[in-house]
Unconditional design. Structure first.
Length: 249
């Protein structure tokens, strides 16, 4: 009875040793994978930037330069990562972990991550600056509905205006080109459809035109613009559906 018991005990101890070795192996691999993941994320972002840059430049975006300051020593970071990569080729797992856990490697990875974050922020800013350059005349004023104007035209222009006024920030690099393409399409739509709104006034008396233009502003039309000609126009109930009188102190 004793021998089989000892045999089982020995087998159990051997199994426990194997489990511990496997746990240690898993922990070491997890360390390597974390470092690899950090490097990969920064690399993927910069690769996306390189891929998007030609299209953004063609769309008129002034591309930001890669930051190079005392706090980000790009050359040193590149050299550290290259030497580390070369030194771990063919080494065992524990040695690899020892070499990638040194402070210089962590600093190099932090530099890469900081560069990636900075470039994305700067690229968003550059695309937003291009959006502002492209803004057509009148997008800073409310889109109002004049009598006789189709509701679909007004709603469409308001949606276009909202899109054009949207500030570009925190977008992923892969989304910048499609977003700027959308801005360009909306600019063309605004230039094509916005005059249709003003055309609704073309057949009105000059005094009625002035009244409606002023009424469409935040201040509204003052009472002295309600001339006999305007009063005659207001006599038609269809013309007053979108108008209201406001008393101010």
């Amino acid at each position: 009875m004793t021998k089989p018991l000892l045999t089982r005990a020995e087998a159990l101890l051997n199994r426990l040793v194997q489990v511990r070795e496997q746990e240690q192996d898993i922990e070491l691999r997890a360390t390597v994978e974390r470092v690899q993941s950090r490097a990969r994320r920064a690399w993927d972002v910069l690769a996306e930037v390189a891929q998007a840059a030609p299209a953004l430049k063609e769309l008129g975006v002034r591309l930001p330069v890669v930051p190079n300051s005392p706090s980000i020593d790009v050359a040193k970071a590149k050299s550290t990562l290259r030497k580390t990569a070369e030194s771990i080729v063919g080494t065992d797992l524990s040695t690899t972990v020892e070499r990638i856990k040194v402070q210089s490697v962590n600093q190099a990875l932090e530099a890469g991550e900081k560069i990636a974050r900075t470039v994305v922020v700067d690229l968003n800013g550059a695309v937003d600056a291009r959006r502002v350059e492209l803004l057509p005349h009148g997008t800073d004023r409310p889109v109002v509905s004049y009598p006789g104007v189709e509701d679909s035209l007004v709603v469409g222009l308001r949606n276009v205006q909202r899109s054009l006024r949207f500030k570009v920030e925190s977008l992923r690099v892969r989304d910048l080109v499609p977003h700027l393409d959308g801005v360009l399409r909306n600019v063309e739509r605004w230039k094509r459809e916005r005059p249709q709104l003003d055309a609704a006034l073309a057949d009105h008396h000059p005094e009625v035109k002035e009244f409606l233009r002023r009424a469409a502003t935040d201040e509204g039309a003052p009472w002295h613009l309600v001339t006999p000609q305007v009063q005659q126009w207001l006599a038609d109930p269809a013309h007053t559906a979108l108008l209201k009188v406001v008393l101010r102190a």
